[in-house]
Design a protein around this ligand. Structure first.
Ligand SMILES: C[S@@+](CC[C@H](N)C(=O)[O-])C[C@H]1O[C@@H](n2cnc3c(N)ncnc32)[C@H](O)[C@@H]1O
Length: 398
């Protein structure tokens, strides 16, 4: 253990007297919880038993989380959920199908039942009792869900970086495999990235975009807008969802040149080229296309450090007319009921990627104001875990 340097003495005020008393109380409580004898007592005393059990379960889930994730990965790789969507099956049917020894298959199926990915059913027939495996409440939503399965597969890169978390935290930013995957994250010349460097992350973003498009479009109707510019709009998945929902709207996607080419191709394929186009460039250096009365930044801001974000927000502010709207949507730190997602998941994810950070609503609102936007406000949406939606306005011409 490292000795902490002593803090300089503080002046005594009523406020810090209260703080000190609370600190002493918390330190006493923590000493109790750290004591095995207290924990043994708390686990059996009727009034503390429910809390003690819950805490033990929560801690165990953190200890075991990686195993749970890998059970899910195995199910995804076997396309087990899709198979069981056709009907329940026995281990005798599934094991040869998945080229697994029966015992190994059974081990996986039971693990997935415990995680509620699958459920187990017993059937009695003339030949006796048979055990069938079916979808569980957490496995059913995985069926055909490429948004989630592509994230699960992609975690192989993240978990390889996280295998030694201290090495990751001590290494220079940008030296992990995730930084190579997200090639723009540490690049000084992102506009020069080749197609091969953007292909994998662009495909992942396109596959996972359905997790957020409806959330955003249900939260913010675009009826009163004429033209949307989607900055960092990837392969135009969000723009296509907007185009489908709002047929009057013109759309422009701005992204790195090789990604913009992919976006153009998609817009062409979908027959949207008459009202939607894609422009390539670096949104922190190049002039942004003019003419939009709303600019969206979907899952973009968290990727970048504060100075880049401020450059981007100021550029967006300049590109909007008076009363134009900026819509910023991404998973945010401190989301009520989903705190782990922000600081524990995205915090480590973006560290491995080598740039950006998960931000709280208040951080983003302050940055929007500093960039010249007014009235930043958080909209209500159905699943804040997946994204939250902030809008802000331009008060006068930029
Ligand atoms: C995390 S992805 C999000 C894509 C899309 N908005 C979505 O939600 O699916 C971030 C996008 O920003 C783009 N991007 C990153 N840096 C950029 C830059 N300097 N100029 C333009 N686009 C950039 C990336 O190419 C990528 O498509």
């Amino acid at each position: 253990m490292h000795a902490l340097p002593a803090s300089p003495p503080e002046a005594v005020t009523p406020a810090n007297l209260l703080d000190r008393s609370l600190d002493r109380l918390r330190a006493w409580r923590d000493r109790q919880i750290a004591s095995p004898a207290f924990r043994r007592w708390a686990a059996t005393f009727p009034l503390t038993r429910p809390l003690a059990r819950r805490r033990a379960r929560e801690l165990f889930d953190i200890v075991a989380g990686f195993s749970y994730s890998q059970v899910l990965l195995a199910c995804v790789r076997l396309q087990l959920f899709e198979r069981l969507a056709q009907g329940p099956a026995t281990v005798e049917t599934l094991a040869p199908l998945f080229q697994l020894p029966p015992d190994a298959c059974l081990r996986l199926l039971d693990a997935a039942v415990a995680l509620r990915l699958l459920s187990r059913r017993e059937q009695r027939g003339a030949a006796g009792r048979r055990v069938l495996y079916a979808l569980g409440p957490l496995g059913a939503p995985m069926v055909g869900n490429t948004a989630l399965t592509s994230m699960v597969e992609h975690h192989a890169v993240l978990y390889a970086d996280l295998a030694d978390p201290l090495a990751l935290l001590r290494a220079p930013l940008g030296s992990a495999a995730m930084a190579r995957y997200w090639a723009y994250a540490r690049s000084d010349q992102p506009q020069a990235l080749a197609d091969t460097q953007v292909a994998d992350y662009s495909a992942l973003m396109a596959a996972s975009q359905p997790l957020v498009a409806d959330e955003i479009l249900n939260a913010y109707p675009l009826a009163q807008h004429a033209c949307l510019l989607d900055l960092g709009g990837g392969e135009a998945m969000f723009a296509s969802a907007v185009a489908q929902r709002w047929p009057h709207l013109r759309l422009v996607v701005f992204d790195l040149p090789e990604v913009a080419k992919r976006a153009s191709a998609r817009l062409e394929r979908l027959g949207l080229a008459h009202r939607a186009s894609a422009v390539g460039g670096d949104f922190t250096r190049d002039a942004l296309p003019l003419g939009a009365d709303i600019i969206s930044l979907v899952r973009v801001v968290h990727d970048h450090d504060d100075d880049r974000v401020m450059t981007l927000l100021r550029a967006a502010r300049q590109a909007l007319p008076a009363h134009g709207v900026l819509l910023l949507a991404e998973p945010m730190a401190g989301t009520a009921g989903a705190q782990r997602m922000g600081d524990a998941y995205f915090g480590m994810y973006l560290w491995a990627m080598g740039s950006g950070r998960p931000r709280r609503v208040a951080d983003l609102a302050a940055m929007l104001k500093a960039a010249g936007f007014t009235q930043p406000s958080l909209l209500r949406n159905a699943t804040p875990l997946q994204t939250q939606v902030l809008i802000a306005r331009v008060a006068s011409a930029g």
